[in-house]
Design a protein around this ligand. Structure first.
Ligand code: AHM
Ligand code: MG
Length: 337
């Protein structure tokens, strides 16, 4: 990378000029989301001093207890995005149904989905958390909008990204032309391009899975992890390392940075054959980023970005990261069918 500092705005303007694939409304949308993430980062950093830790005493649609920061982050994203004229509606992990842009504002061409604060269990313990977002085009041309308009396969995303609130605050973005990372310069209050053309190595010796669920796993997942654990002496002939942060943003960020495989598989406690993670605002945006960085993403059997969603809060099993490892896990599943 050259020593010339490029801001997010400049990056987007240049992308628009050179490749023409960022229409004006999409550029505005990304800038607004990035600004909202900056505001969320400020709240996250305040922690106890800002009275933002702990639970809010309410539950979301999935029956999970909401943390104060879940609600704050959700409000920040809605407020920032509803008036700009770039969006028609928004969907969020923290809202039962979609939020349509009120009539007093112009309605835009895009739909935005987000997990406002991912890794909620890590909020109070000062471990990295993040905001995940997915951008779809509004395909029908009428003013009316419903949940159905959101039910598009992940391969139709116009953009996706996340912001990780960690030792650094970093925005990771794809508009379908590779993955770029922007680090927040706190003194300047601006996003600075710090990495372009991110690539995930095809091979890895690092896996991420919640091992406490092992007894509930399906046979192919157990087989894969057993082989990793067998190390040099086992069929893989190499030792594996393990990491599990329990914030998908942080686990995916590590994989984008140095490779690895991340799994949140379906397990036997779930009758619906889905996993814990949500398709539309967790798996799809992360899937788009990982594929754009040369990695692979499946639900154990199929490419996640090909799946036709059936509801806004649908769950899905997730296997993502270094291509050769994801391919192996997927083969184990297909062989077992
Ligand atoms: P959240 O959106 O409610 O925070 O849940 C999603 C998170 C992911 O970030 C992470 O990979 C997973 O849940 C961790 O789950 P577990 O606590 O079962 O290890
Ligand atoms: Mg989440």
């Amino acid at each position: 990378m050259s020593s010339k500092r490029i801001s997010l705005t400049q990056y987007l303007v240049e992308q628009q000029r050179e490749h023409g694939h960022i229409p004006g409304q999409l550029r505005l949308l990304i800038e607004v989301v990035a600004r909202a993430c900056k505001r969320i980062a400020i709240q996250v950093n305040k922690g106890e001093l800002g009275d933002v830790l702990g639970t809010a005493g309410s539950e979301n649609v999935q029956g999970e207890v909401q943390k104060k920061l879940d609600i704050i982050a959700n409000e920040v994203l809605i407020e920032a995005n509803e008036w700009g004229g770039h969006l028609a509606a928004m969907g969020s992990e923290e809202m039962d149904s979609i939020h349509v842009v009120p009539n007093r504002y112009p309605q835009g061409e895009y739909l935005l989905l987000f997990d406002p604060l991912d890794g909620s269990s890590n909020i109070d313990v000062n471990v990295s958390i993040g905001t995940i977002f997915s951008v779809l085009r509004k395909v029908n041309n009428q003013r009316g909008i419903s949940e159905e308009d959101f039910l598009q396969p992940g391969k139709q995303q116009a953009a996706a990204g996340y912001c990780i609130y960690g030792p650094q605050t970093t925005l990771v973005l794809t508009v379908g032309d590779g993955v770029a990372m922007f680090t927040l310069d706190r003194e300047q209050g601006s996003w600075v391009l710090t990495q372009e053309n991110v690539q995930i190595p095809a091979d890895t010796k690092e896996f991420a899975i919640n091992m406490s669920n092992m007894r509930h796993w399906d046979a192919p997942v157990k087989r894969y992890i057993d082989e990793c654990l067998a190390g040099k002496e086992g069929p893989r002939g190499k030792d594996f390392n393990m990491r599990w942060i329990a914030s998908m943003v942080a686990d995916v960020h590590r994989i984008l940075t140095r490779g690895g495989i991340f799994m949140y598989p379906w397990d036997k406690r779930e009758p619906e054959k889905a996993g814990k993670l949500r398709l539309m605002y967790e798996a799809n945006p992360m899937g788009f980023l990982v594929e754009q960085a040369g990695g692979m993403v499946t639900n154990g059997r199929q490419r996640i970005l090909d799946l036709q969603p059936t509801k806004l809060h649908e769950r899905v099993a997730v296997v993502l990261g270094s291509k050769n490892e994801v391919e192996r896990v997927t083969c184990y599943h297909l062989e077992a069918d």
